[in-house]
Design a protein around this ligand. Structure first.
Ligand SMILES: Cc1cc2nc3c(=O)[nH]c(=O)nc-3n(C[C@H](O)[C@H](O)[C@H](O)COP(=O)(O)OP(=O)(O)OC[C@H]3O[C@@H](n4cnc5c(N)ncnc54)[C@H](O)[C@@H]3O)c2cc1C
Length: 305
């Protein structure tokens, strides 16, 4: 960093930009799968876990608002952006294996992890092939599909609780449907240890491809989206009821209920967060009027409030 950096006060924003390679006024629509959002004041991609923790500490010590971003496949950013620092984990992407235990950093992409598991004949996570998020996002959301979920394979995780780095054992993570202790307590996931099983490489790959083929048929993968909009609520499968109500294809400005899958909203034409919010409100009202159930959002809306 040299003499220049040392001259800058450690609590100054100049120090932050130079020391952590932060980008000023970064367009957030480049960093989520629905391609919606204004600018973040600062955007940073830490290269190491230590740097990740240092950035969070810096933000906390200087009262700067921050948001942890994985691959942005479950979040929509406000049209006026984010007043603070968006910290994206995608460069924290190392995988280490010890027999049937995998240690993945929080930024490891589930596609990359599954490719690694196929290559190394490890079975268990095939259901997740096609979930486009990172390990951190998957743990936060307890990502799941086809009757299985990531929580079933977690041996332990390393987290930062804002003050200390800690290990939490799998049995203490209290995973449930799209819920985890990480989400409840606002922990930051640094590393995840998964317990998998040795299997047959060809069988694992076949299973992954089968799951992905199902997705390609059922989901609008060619259009920008954030996966399911709503959770299963009171046992009601949101996509089915939205479909039955004839809401597929309903459009508000640039946002549309996918014509393929009722629980997906797609960015049809320069959608804004407001368009998405309005469409969500319309769907919730129609569903409530028809069956008295208030749907609960799975998508995470990051506003500037
Ligand atoms: C086409 C498509 C299909 C999908 N299918 C599925 C599916 O079948 N099942 C499913 O469960 N989901 C699915 N999703 C949603 C999404 O991919 C998952 O929820 C995924 O786990 C989110 O990971 P992410 O890295 O993109 O998280 P982001 O969208 O970046 O963030 C989501 C939340 O996780 C938090 N977070 C991210 N990293 C960390 C960290 N290191 N520590 C603490 N918090 C963190 C963020 O702050 C945010 O609150 C799908 C999405 C798309 C676009």
């Amino acid at each position: 960093m040299g003499k220049f950096c040392k001259k800058i006060k450690e609590n100054s924003i100049g120090y932050f930009i130079i020391n952590f390679n932060a980008i000023k006024d970064e367009k957030l629509s480049k960093h989520n799968s629905i391609r919606v959002g204004g600018n973040a004041d600062y955007y940073v991609e830490p290269q190491t876990i230590k740097e990740f923790v240092d950035i969070i500490k810096y933000c906390k010590n200087n009262n700067i608002k921050y948001f942890i971003l994985g691959n942005g496949t479950k979040v929509v950013f406000a049209d006026n952006g984010f007043r603070g620092v968006v910290i994206c984990t995608k460069k924290l992407n190392k995988i280490v294996q010890k027999k049937e235990i995998i240690c993945a950093m929080c930024g490891v992409n589930l596609f990359a992890l599954n490719r690694y598991l196929i290559e190394n004949s490890l079975s268990g996570l095939e259901f997740s092939f096609g979930i486009p998020g990172t390990m951190g996002g998957a743990i936060y959301m307890n990502a799941g599909a086809y009757g299985d979920e990531i929580g079933n394979y977690v041996k332990k995780i390393q987290i930062f609780d804002g003050e200390k780095i800690k290990i939490i054992k799998g049995k203490n993570l209290t995973f449930s449907y799209r819920q985890s202790v990480v989400k409840e307590k606002g922990y930051i996931v640094l590393k995840v240890w998964l317990k998998l099983k040795n299997g047959d490489k060809n069988q694992i790959e076949k299973k992954c491809n089968e799951y992905f083929s199902k997705r390609k048929i059922a989901q609008p993968l060619e259009t920008f989206n954030f996966g399911s909009t709503f959770k299963k609520t009171n046992g009601i499968i949101a996509g089915k009821i939205i479909d039955n109500l004839g809401l597929k294809g309903v459009t508000i400005n640039g946002a549309q209920v996918s014509t393929l899958h009722g629980n997906f909203i797609v960015n049809k034409n320069n959608a804004t967060m407001q368009d998405i919010k309005d469409l969500i409100a319309l769907i919730k009202m129609k569903v409530y009027e028809s069956c008295g159930v208030m749907l609960d959002e799975e998508v995470i809306l990051i506003g500037d409030d």
